[in-house]
Design a protein around this ligand. Sequence first.
Ligand SMILES: Nc1nc2c(ncn2[C@@H]2O[C@H](COP(=O)(O)OP(=O)(O)OP(=O)(O)O)[C@@H](O)[C@H]2O)c(=O)[nH]1
Ligand SMILES: [Mg+2]
Length: 328
Amino acid sequence: MTPASPTSLSRDVLEGSRKALAQAITLVESGTTADRLKAESLIEHILPATGKSIRIGITGTPGVGKSTFINAFGSMLLAAGRKVAVLAVDPSSTSNGGSILGDKTRMTDLANNPNAFVRPSPSRGVTGGIAPRTREAVLVCEAGGFDTIIIETVGVGQSETAVAAISDLFLLLVSPGGGDDLQGIKRGIMELADIVVVNKADGPTTDLAEQTAGDYRTALHMVRPKHPGVTTEVHTCSSTTTQGVLEVWEALNTLHSRLRDSGYLGQLRATQLKQGLTTELQLLLFDQVLSQPAFVSERERLEQAVANGRMSVSAAARALLQTANLVR
Ligand SMILES: Nc1nc2c(ncn2[C@@H]2O[C@H](COP(=O)(O)OP(=O)(O)OP(=O)(O)O)[C@@H](O)[C@H]2O)c(=O)[nH]1
Ligand SMILES: [Mg+2]
């Protein structure tokens, strides 16, 4: 894939080369075994230079203003001297080639700034498989000197959970008057949120945004608090005028410091890594099993047996693993 060796690539990443950064992320996203081995070597080299950033996951339904918000939020951080990387996890990228790809057009201020790095979504077959690769992309960005990592995902399906599993803090962006949103957003997503931000608090939707914020505050009282004793804050902002965006950052930064000082952040990251190991094991096992020729033909046969109701799903799965010599 890339002619550079993992050692020289990691050195270039650590020296701040954007080209190397982009290449390294392509490498960690690659699905081939040869690249995976190189990626593992790369990560090993850069690991000591990682972990110092603030990792912020952002989700919200399509059109809520994620890209516009990230552009405003990121620009403000750049002005404050921070280095901002934006990574996208797009659950739909497998089917339509990546809608987040077009988002660079809404993040022009970021895309054109040398202290910012915007990376569209990887397209990998399995949703569960995106998070481990994005986790590594986060590490690469940290090694490249980025101190703020924003991981964006569209609020559909399981991708929020995947993003929350690699973020320190999770921001839920919602629309004014989003009564639909409030019902549509699953309880679980509210429980994942460290902060809820009602966007588009400008022009004719200013008052509605305040009302919606009130609705969310009420709704949040009914879900388990994310952090014991800490009420999840609900803010309003306008990503187009940037009103309120600074306050969102201040809230996130304060919470991050608090969680770090209390030891929670260290524990959270340790837990995330342990869960990451389980996910990697699942992926590796799946890849190994699927690549066995005997397995492929037996799978087709057993799929038919299951579809015809001649065999239970569980018994077929066990029989398949026996084919691959993985269970007795
Ligand atoms: N008035 C107003 N419009 C906004 C605001 N933020 C975003 N918009 C508009 O809302 C529309 C959608 O914004 P995007 O930033 O593309 O939304 P998104 O959540 O990234 O959308 P997807 O990438 O499709 O999921 C655009 O027309 C924006 O100009 C805001 O704060 N106020
Ligand atoms: Mg977008």
